[in-house]
Design a protein around this ligand. Structure first.
Ligand SMILES: Nc1nc2c(c(=O)[nH]1)N[C@@H](CN(C=O)c1ccc(C(=O)N[C@@H](CCC(=O)O)C(=O)O)cc1)CN2
Length: 299
C-alpha cells in the first residue's frame, strides 16, 4: 500500500513558517505583510477558497483585505481596483480569484497586476522567470509550488535520474509543473488530450502529476509500481451512497486502484489543495521581504 502524503500536515508546517517569518519582518522593519484577495461574482467554490485565504492570512499575522465585487462589475472598475492595489504600499500580494465572469478579460486583468505583487505567479514576467530558471526571484504559481514541496518530502530536492509525466498542459498547473520538475533535474514529459497511448506513457513515470480535471481518469494499472503520484484534480461527483443529492470530492486519479500500486500518493481532499493556500501565504511574505529590502525565507 502506498504512503499517503499528508498535504494538510505539510501545509500547516508551511503556514507556521510563514507566521514566524512575518512576525520577524514586522519586528525588524515595522512592515506588516499585506495580502489583497479580489473575487468577482458568487461562485460558491470560489467564495469558500477566498474565505479560507482570508482566514489563513490572518492566522499568519497579515494585513488581509478582501474585495468582493458583484457579478456585473465592469472590466473598467476591476482595472481601477487593481491599479489602486498596485499603488498601495500596504499591499504586497494581489490575488484575483479565478475564474472571472465571462464578460471580463481574465488575461488582461492578470497582466495588469504589478509583477512584484503577483503572488499567483501568473504574470508574463513571473512565467518567463520560471521558464528561464530564474526561480529564486520569480513568484511560482501556488499549486505547482505546493506539489513540488510534497514531492520533495518523498524524493528530496534533486530529481536527477527520475522520469516525470505531467498529465495536463494548463498555464496554472501543467506548464509551471513542467518547469519546476525540469529545474529539479527530472526528465519531464507533458501529456494532454491528444497524447497517444496515455496509459503506457503514465506507466513510465517515477513521478506522475495528474492535472486534467477529469474525475478518477487515471487508473491503478496506469501507474508504475512504487511511483510518486500527485493528484491535483478536485472534482465534485454525485455520492448517492451518502444520501440523495449528496456529493463528494475526488481527484483525477482513481485513488483506490492507485494506492495499491504507487509508492506514495496524495489524497483528495487533503493533498495538494491545502498546499495551494499555504504557498499563497509563502509567496505573500516573500513579497513583503523583497519590498522591505530584506532577504526572504526559502520554502
Ligand atoms: N487566482 C487563483 N484562482 C484559482 C486558483 C489559484 O491558485 N489562484 N486555484 C483554484 C482554487 N483554489 C485556490 O484558489 C483552491 C482549490 C482547492 C483548495 C483546497 O484546499 N481544497 C481542499 C478541498 C476543499 C473542499 O472541500 O472543497 C482539498 O483538496 O483538500 C484550495 C484552493 C482555482 N482558482
Amino acid at each position: 500500500m502506498a504512503e499517503r502524503i499528508d498535504g494538510k500536515a505539510v501545509a500547516a508546517e508551511v503556514v507556521e513558517k510563514v507566521r514566524t517569518a512575518a512576525d520577524a519582518l514586522r519586528a525588524k522593519t515595522g512592515v506588516q505583510t499585506g495580502l489583497a484577495v479580489v473575487i468577482v461574482g458568487e461562485d460558491p467554490a470560489s467564495q469558500v477558497y477566498v474565505a479560507s485565504k482570508g482566514r489563513k492570512a490572518k492566522e499568519c499575522g497579515f494585513h488581509s483585505v478582501e474585495h468582493a465585487l458583484p457579478e456585473d462589475t465592469s472590466e473598467d472598475d476591476l482595472v481601477a481596483l487593481i491599479e489602486r492595489l498596485n499603488a498601495d504600499p500596504a499591499i504586497h500580494g494581489i490575488l484575483v480569484q479565478l475564474p472571472l465572469p465571462k464578460h471580463i478579460d481574465e488575461g488582461r486583468i492578470i497582466q495588469l497586476i504589478d509583477p512584484d505583487k503577483d503572488v499567483d505567479g501568473f504574470h508574463f514576467i513571473n512565467v518567463g522567470k520560471l521558464g528561464t530558471g530564474e526561480v529564486a526571484t520569480a513568484f511560482v504559481p501556488c499549486t505547482p509550488a505546493g506539489s513540488m514541496l510534497l514531492i520533495e518530502r518523498v524524493l528530496g530536492r534533486d530529481l536527477s535520474g527520475k522520469t516525470a509525466v505531467v498529465v495536463g498542459r494548463s498555464n496554472i498547473v501543467g506548464k509551471p509543473m513542467f518547469n519546476l520538475l525540469l529545474a529539479a533535474n527530472a526528465t519531464v514529459t507533458v501529456a494532454h488530450s491528444r497524447t497517444a497511448d496515455l496509459p503506457a506513457l503514465c506507466r513510465t513515470a517515477d513521478i506522475l502529476v495528474a492535472a486534467v480535471g477529469r474525475p478518477q481518469m487515471i487508473k491503478g494499472d496506469w501507474i508504475k509500481p512504487g511511483a510518486v503520484v500527485i493528484d491535483v484534480g478536485i472534482n465534485r461527483i454525485p455520492a448517492p451512497e451518502r444520501g440523495e443529492g449528496k456529493t463528494r470530492l475526488v481527484g483525477d486519479v482513481d485513488f483506490d486502484g492507485a494506492e495499491k500500486v504507487a509508492g506514495a500518493i496524495t489524497p483528495v481532499p487533503g493533498g495538494v489543495g491545502p498546499m495551494t493556500i499555504a504557498m499563497l501565504m509563502a509567496n505573500s511574505v516573500v513579497s513583503a521581504y523583497r519590498a522591505a529590502g530584506e532577504e526572504p525565507p526559502v520554502f
